[in-house]
Design a protein around this ligand. Sequence first.
Ligand SMILES: Cc1cc2nc3c(=O)[nH]c(=O)nc-3n(C[C@H](O)[C@H](O)[C@H](O)COP(=O)(O)OP(=O)(O)OC[C@H]3O[C@@H](n4cnc5c(N)ncnc54)[C@H](O)[C@@H]3O)c2cc1C
Length: 475
Amino acid sequence: MSKRVIHWFRRDFRITDNTALAAAVAAAGGDGEVIPVYVMSDWKGIHDWTGAARQEFLCGSLASLGKNLEAIGGRLIVRRGDAVVELERLAAETGAEAFFANRDPDPYGRATEARLATLCQTKGVALSLHKDICIHERDEVLTGQGTVFRVFTPYSKVWFGLPKPAPSPAIKRMKTPEGIPSLPLPQLVDWGLISGPSIPEAGERAARERLKRFLEAAVGLYGDQRDIPSLAGTAQMSQDLRFGLISPRQIYTAAKKREAELAPEGRKSVMKFLTEIVWREFYMQLLWHYPELLEQEFNTTWRGMEWPGLKGHPDAFDRWCGGQTGFPIVDAGMRQLAATGWMHNRVRMIVAMFLTKDLHLDWRLGEAFFMRSLIDGEIASNNGGWQWSAGTGADAAPYFRIQNPWSQTKRYDPEGSYIRTWVRELRGVSKASLLDPPADGRPIAPGYPIPILDHASERDRTLDMFAHHKASLGR
Ligand SMILES: Cc1cc2nc3c(=O)[nH]c(=O)nc-3n(C[C@H](O)[C@H](O)[C@H](O)COP(=O)(O)OP(=O)(O)OC[C@H]3O[C@@H](n4cnc5c(N)ncnc54)[C@H](O)[C@@H]3O)c2cc1C
């Protein structure tokens, strides 16, 4: 029997291997109708949780999705406002019998799902929610005692041991009823934003091409190159996963296929790459089990600890945001972020540790700034990365592991290539000047600041801060 159903697009903007969309098409039946809808939020202007890079990529992703749906006979309906109110209105207008959607593990997504479930119960409309954005979610990866893993390595062992679902093929045909009112596709200006960073091409095809290029050219060297920020040694697909232009199942399956073609060293690199995909799922399941992570330290010992900031520098946060700290590797990272909405993972760790352990600023400030600036801003991974760097998170390493930005530069950007790419003032500076603080205390280039602090002293201060807080607990 054919039906009329709604598929609610949230962060799954693709027609290939889209679990809920495939279920919606199947439930509608041969002559049935699917109403694919995206409900855009109606905030305007400054927002803690998103900014121009991510919204612009979202706009491009929706434009591409709209074309893909048209190519198979469908039509993307766009509405604006509160998702549950708009979905209720759409169901009432169209007489749809069911909603389909993919689950979102973050607290906001879950709260919206709960409200939609209540509405569906009241109205007698069916609701079908699906696992899609992870390969394994929620309670699928547990300890032998059935408890949640709080540490990554044993989690990943169990993750790898579980059977993996194969991706499903692209949907070939879909029918959307005529005459349903829709807003035009969203544009940045709808949120009061203007175009900023230069971002990659959006859309399902562009994401698949990025994966293909990475698997052909770089995955075999990933183990050696992933930490070198001047190289294109990583997949640069976090924005694609964030918006569901590609699924983790597609990535896993394609990487496994490539693994079989490679020599042993290359195969190890593929495993290393897949382990990063597992980090993403690890943080998502942590946030699912511990939603309080968004407000509080994962390690309860550090809850309530004060972050006093850098003495004598009320402008420290602004200087960090603007890439003006006088630490070339930190400034290069922050400027890459401003220019592209993306930052290399190694440098994310360096700048995050610098904010928390050198500037003594609360990790939540950095988390919010990243969330606003990143094209791939992902609540779970961002929170996990920040808490890991601050020494408050799900990490076996203790708080006193504090990276030295100068040693990190010597190790990961010894020629200064990454720094020179992003810090224009330093293009003509010798590599030796980039690897250590200036011995004479003078600027290394006109217009470039001297280092805002002495790393060794601030490291000691951080150790005192943590030790003092810990001691205060026993009092
Ligand atoms: C402070 C901090 C904040 C971060 N914020 C985000 C964020 O908002 N969104 C985000 O997607 N990643 C975040 N990361 C993780 C990581 O930096 C990015 O996922 C990675 O740089 C994306 O580049 P890539 O696609 O080339 O990664 P690759 O190295 O090619 O990895 C492939 C994929 O695995 C996942 N991944 C890789 N590393 C991690 C990691 N450490 N944690 C979780 N997932 C990972 C990503 O989905 C990535 O696309 C953060 C890390 C830190 C230290």
